[in-house]
Design a protein. Structure first.
Length: 109
């Protein structure tokens, strides 16, 4: 169960780091750039702990899928970026895909 907490931490850190990209202004703004790098580094550290108990395929699919979903939705609210209906449909498919990958995985015994 701790592995899923590490995975959640990795997702959180990756989303925060990605949302800091516009604020870094191509790494010309010092503080957003520093925090961006720190959050990405911590995300990968958390990922390394998550893969100790969860298969890499599950970790990576979940990390990417949930990260894409959250960054897309938060960009809509934080930056006013629009999401066309095709994008919303794609986000729904991502949620379905992550759910299927996690819901039907088989644990090695």
């Amino acid at each position: 169960m701790n592995s899923y907490l590490y995975l959640a931490g990795a997702i959180f850190c990756e989303v925060v780091a990605t949302l800091l990209l516009p604020y870094s202004k191509n790494f010309t703004k010092v503080y957003p750039s520093i925090f961006l790098v720190i959050f990405y580094l911590v995300a990968f550290i958390f990922l390394s702990f998550a893969v100790k108990e969860i298969p890499l395929t599950i970790v990576y699919a979940t990390w990417c899928g949930v990260g894409i979903f959250l960054v897309s939705v938060l960009s809509y609210f934080l930056f006013g970026q629009s999401i066309p209906w095709q994008g919303i449909f794609g986000l729904i498919l991502i949620v379905i895909g992550v759910t299927l990958v996690n819901g039907f995985r088989t644990d090695p015994s």
